[in-house]
Design a protein around this ligand. Structure first.
Ligand code: GRF
Length: 321
């Protein structure tokens, strides 16, 4: 199994979500491990649980410190413990923009509502007062705006006729404990998920001028030009027998370039079946260390090779400046 993602958890109190993550991480096939539980409150109940489970803990009170100074102390502790992701689990402090920036795309939070509904506090009462039939919880990426980052996963929790905020909160908490470990596991393994990889390619292919997607023999492909006269500049290949499990196929200038690429980096490139003879090259996307800028460069190069002259002319002109 691949190396486990290293997680630093930040808490301020009870830490029941932290406990759910700690217990989930005990499973042998869990793709993450907890390297630190950090708190702004040395008395936080969750800290003693983490200690008892043999997990490193860190606490530093925020009193008397600026937000930036306290965040910098927490940041150093997380980095020092080797954390690659920060998971907020009832961390009751607003984080400074610089802390959030450091952990862009690597910091998750759980919030007890179906975001984008009911950001901030009193989520249960607000859902009940609104007459909602469903409440729930959301795991989202943390961005500078409070409770606003992209939602990764949600669980709906039915609101019962006689629910008050406490009874509803209790059931949502059960859902949180199920959702958080699952969402985190999914997130830290996203780069091996074919859907995620395809989405990365698609986004970069469709960012080029006048492109559209069309399947070719069942494989997603991207064309430049009109729907009727467009030409393919890329294909996404998945699980071809004996080849990489996922690869991007793009055009080279011909067999010489194709051979040179394969000689230079045989772990990354190979001649794809069916397309190899016409000088296409396959770039593996299943190595776990795909350089997405490199992929975007290849898509651009391949696009230029087949794009109509009126489109490439603009780029040639721009290149001169
Ligand atoms: C949870 O309700 C969570 O949704 C919110 O803070 C609470 C933390 O509880 N962000 P616990 O400390 O994990 O028990």
């Amino acid at each position: 199994m691949a190396e486990k993602a290293k997680i630093g958890i930040m808490i301020s109190g009870r830490g029941s979500n932290m406990a759910a993550l700690v217990y989930a991480a005990k499973a042998r096939d869990c793709p993450f491990e907890i390297v630190l539980v950090a708190s702004n409150d040395p008395q936080a109940a969750g800290l003693s649980l983490a200690e008892a489970e043999g997990i490193a803990t860190f606490a530093h009170p925020h009193k008397g410190l600026t937000r930036e100074a306290h965040d910098a102390i927490m940041h150093d502790a997380l980095v020092g413990a080797g954390a690659e992701y920060v998971v907020l689990a009832g961390y009751m402090r607003i984080l400074s923009d610089s802390f959030v920036d450091h952990w862009t795309d690597c910091m998750l939070n759980i919030h007890p509502s179906l975001l984008p509904l009911y950001k901030g506090v009193d989520t249960y009462q607000r859902a009940i007062d609104a007459g909602d039939k469903m409440a729930g919880c959301s795991v989202h990426l943390v961005t500078p705006e409070l409770d606003d980052g992209p939602v990764l996963a949600q669980t709906e929790v039915a609101i019962l006729p006689d629910d008050d905020a406490d009874s509803l909160a209790g059931r949502i908490l059960i859902a949180e404990h199920q959702l958080y470990p699952r969402a985190l596991a999914q997130y830290v393994t996203r780069e091996a998920d074919p859907d995620w990889i395809l989405a990365q390619v698609r986004q970069r292919a469709l960012a080029l001028d006048e492109t559209h997607e069309r399947a070719s023999f069942g494989a997603p492909g991207w064309r430049v030009g009109s729907e009727t006269t467009g030409k393919y500049f890329a294909y996404f290949a998945q699980s071809h027998h004996g080849e990489a499990s996922m690869a991007l196929l793009v055009k080279t200038t011909g067999l010489d370039e194709q051979t040179a690429l394969i000689d230079a980096d045989p772990d990354l490139y190979y001649a794809p079946k069916f397309y190899g003879k016409s000088g296409w090259i396959a770039i593996r996307l299943d190595t776990g260390r795909t350089d997405w800028d490199h992929v975007a460069d290849w898509l651009g190069k391949s696009w230029r090779m087949v794009a109509p002259r009126r489109l490439t002319r603009m780029i040639e002109i721009a290149d001169q400046f």
